[in-house]
Design a protein around this ligand. Structure first.
Ligand SMILES: [Cu+2]
Length: 320
């Protein structure tokens, strides 16, 4: 039977397998289907054969009453019982796997509402798409703002009702990058069929890039600048704020001073110098950093208000 249970990726009757649950669920589904099919063929086959073999015909005398056969009776009781217990056991194991949420999950706050889904990520990022990282377990913490809904991702073989008035949790681990469908599978009103969303499974890098973009900028420019420096734009991997030299110069206490250039002479460390350093890093080079690995240009990657926020943050470091 193995060849029938082999790789079920993209068959005509199953959606793509894109989570750790999918191969297990499909294998078990097929196993139960084939067991049922085998018994169906066996039983119907015997019925048809008996109808023919014991049909009424001239000279044939049937038995007036049903006969008894111990071996047969025990056989058809014990064998189906063993199979039923096995199905129950496997089903329970699979169910417990789905119900037992690992501790190291990426959490997403899901809100179901007639007729849309919203997904909340850290730092107040809210999106109408479910963004996940491949090969990382994710936990959905779900609530409904109105009626009963149900979150269903066919490619993940994962489904869970979202009941108003309480949190529902589910988890899954995507195993393939790509875009998948998410549906509401509990009839919730006349636009129920429109209550769908996209699931985007990213690589770690893609997810980080998406998340960086999606962040709602903090209203305080210093906080925003700090966020861009530390998390979003990765300046922190080359610039410290404690005076230590990493790849590039530290930002600590630099603001308002003079920068000695490699080409000789000095420039004031001011708004225009920072702006130029970020957009066109190689225009002026600080002396002592000629051998440092080059700073990437942030031309097109930083918006003007983000540059302003970074400047505000650098200014704030002066007083520290
Ligand atoms: Cu719904």
């Amino acid at each position: 039977m193995m060849f029938l249970l082999a790789d079920q990726n993209k068959t005509f009757w199953f959606p793509e397998q894109a989570s750790t649950f999918a191969p297990e669920v499909d294998w078990f589904f097929l196993a139960v289907t084939y067991i049922s099919l085998a018994f169906f063929v066996l039983i119907v086959g015997f019925m048809v054969y008996f109808m023919y073999a014991y049909r009424e015909r001239p000279g044939y005398k049937g038995s007036p009453e049903a006969l008894h056969n111990n071996a047969l009776e025990i056989g058809w009781t014990v064998v189906p019982t063993i199979i039923a217990v096995w199905i129950f056991y496997r089903g329970t194991i699979g169910f417990l796997d789905m119900m037992t949420i690992p501790s190291d999950t990426r959490d997403v706050q899901v809100v179901a509402k007639k007729w849309a889904w919203s997904f909340g990520y850290p730092n107040g990022v809210v999106d109408n798409e479910l963004h996940l990282v491949v090969n990382e377990p994710a936990k959905m913490i779900m609530r409904s703002d109105d009626v009963l809904h149900s979150l269903f991702v066919p490619a993940f073989r994962a489904k869970c009702d979202v009941v108003p008035g309480r949190y529902a949790t589910m988890w899954f681990e995507p195993t393939k990058t790509g875009t998948y469908d998410l549906f509401c599978s509990e009839y919730c009103g006349d636009q129920h069929s429109k209550m769908a969303a996209k699931v985007v499974v990213h690589t770690k890098e893609e997810y980080d890039a998406w998340f960086a973009k999606a962040q709602i900028p903090p209203s305080d420019p210093v906080e925003y600048g700090k966020l861009l420096y530390a998390k979003t734009m990765g300046c922190a991997s080359c610039h410290s704020v404690d005076g230590s030299k990493i790849v590039g110069p530290s930002f600590k206490g630099t603001w308002g001073g003079e920068v000695a250039l490699a080409s000789g002479g000095t420039v004031p460390f001011d708004e225009n110098y920072v702006r130029e350093s970020v957009l066109n890093p190689q225009a002026k080079s600080r002396s002592g950093y000629e051998k440092a690995s080059l700073m990437p240009s942030y031309q097109g990657r930083l918006k003007e208000e983000q540059i302003s926020a970074l400047i505000a943050y650098m200014k704030s470091l002066k007083s520290e």
